[in-house]
Design a protein around this ligand. Structure first.
Ligand SMILES: [Zn+2]
Length: 411
């Protein structure tokens, strides 16, 4: 089967005018020119890769439609809604009554597919959210709230017993798990050949927490009853702290990276750890945006994520790419490669972050035949820029493994 379009963006090579993608058994065989068996109006792009989301929380969209004064204010509302009580008296042991996580995750998967995303780094907190959909990528089981004591007395065994349906492990964040737990999760992932993914450098208060074990995040985890001890703190800033525990490496990618110093960025490059940037989620939480200009200039591996609907207005990845573009320009990045590099981050970058280079996020021979068609002007002078600025909400067809997934699914 050959799919053609006036403009094809394969991402691994140059833009192809009057392009044709040759597909056999769900894989790309060749990208060439000419008229195909199926001709698409618009621009055909390699399937987008959302490198950080929690599709489980799609039903919590009411939480993500506001802007909060800070991270703590958002997290309190999130917990009230997640645990299903609005009066602030929730108890972690009584949670999860109200939500159908499977239906919610499936709804999220279809929202991704309908906007041109064909693979995701999806974090699952509750196993009910492990549902089948055409999406590729990696599913990460989240660990959160364990102290070294609770981990040793059953927490670890329980977590290991839940790993069957996933190929990744997500220690939630440096402040929501004890030191020993973080180190053991990294070992566990490597023993099993699984990927790692962690929220890092998101809130400005992480620094105070990891260095001194004080501040708003300390109060927050104490209120949650996590029982994390860490007396006196580690004396290390968040990125150094995780590195000292063996978390960082080419098999790990982090989400957010809002508060990264030049030293942090350099360490992440040395460890080959990619950063999934989620600028719209940062805005909802009242946080600063990441220093995308510095990450681009210094050559850090980057990817793009929407985060979940509990902290973002939509799962349309191109909206986050557009937000990154605005940030980069405001931060003084004016190089001519900006648009292409940002679309690369949303395709090749996401694939690399999950260890799936050559498999997803590109139309190169051997890759899964995942692509999306956007109803934008194929004659525009700057195709990458046009995709970023006009692509949101304009995806008209999505193919996964060569199959038209339609724009059906749950609404
Ligand atoms: Zn997240």
């Amino acid at each position: 089967m050959i799919h053609s379009a006036e403009l094809v963006l394969p991402m691994t090579g140059n833009i192809v005018k009057n392009g044709a993608v040759v597909v056999e058994d769900g894989r790309v065989v060749d990208v060439t020119t000419g008229r195909g068996d199926v001709h698409h109006e618009g621009v055909l792009v390699a399937g987008l890769v959302n490198a950080h989301t929690h599709l489980q929380y799609t039903c919590m969209a009411e939480v993500g439609q506001r802007v909060y004064p800070d991270f703590d204010a958002w997290a309190r509302v999130f917990n009230d809604v997640y645990f299903g009580s609005a009066d602030g008296s929730w108890d972690p042991m009584l949670r999860k009554g109200a939500w159908d996580w499977a239906a919610s995750a499936l709804d999220g998967a279809w929202q991704c597919l309908r906007s041109g995303t064909t693979s995701v780094a999806d974090i699952v907190t509750d196993l009910e959210a492990l549902v089948d959909s055409p999406l590729g990528g990696v599913r990460y089981l989240e660990a959160i709230g364990d102290s070294d004591t609770s981990w040793a007395s059953g927490g670890r065994a329980r977590f290991e017993g839940m790993l069957d349906g996933v190929s990744g492990i997500s220690p939630h964040a440096p402040y929501s798990l004890d030191t020993g737990v973080l180190a053991e999760l990294a070992e566990l992932a490597r023993d099993r050949g699984m990927r790692l993914h962690i929220h890092l450098a998101e809130s400005p208060h992480e620094h105070e927490f990891t260095t001194a074990a004080t501040g708003p995040l300390r109060r927050f985890v104490d209120e949650l009853g996590f029982g994390i001890v860490r007396d006196g703190g580690s004396g290390l800033a968040p990125v150094d702290y995780l590195d000292s525990l063996g978390l960082l490496g080419p098999d790990c990618h982090i989400a957010h990276g809002v508060h990264l110093t030049a030293h942090d960025r350099s360490l992440l490059r040395t460890r080959e750890t990619a950063v999934a940037l989620c600028p719209r989620s940062n805005r909802v939480l009242g946080l600063d945006g990441p220093d995308v200009a510095a990450l681009l200039r210094e050559g850090n591996p980057i990817a793009v994520g929407t985060d979940s609907l509990s902290s973002s207005p939509s799962l349309d990845l191109l909206a986050d790419v557009a937000a990154l573009r605005d940030l980069a320009v405001r931060q003084g990045y004016r190089d001519g490669d900006l648009d292409r590099r940002l679309v690369e981050a949303a395709t090749l970058g996401g694939a690399a972050a999950m260890g799936l280079t050559g498999e997803i996020g590109c139309l190169a021979p051997g890759a899964r035949a995942d692509f999306a068609v956007f109803d934008i002007d194929p004659g525009a002078r700057e195709p990458y820029r046009t995709l970023i600025e006009k692509g949101q909400g304009r995806c008209v067809a999505t193919f996964v493994g060569g199959s038209d997934v339609g724009h059906m699914g749950t609404d």
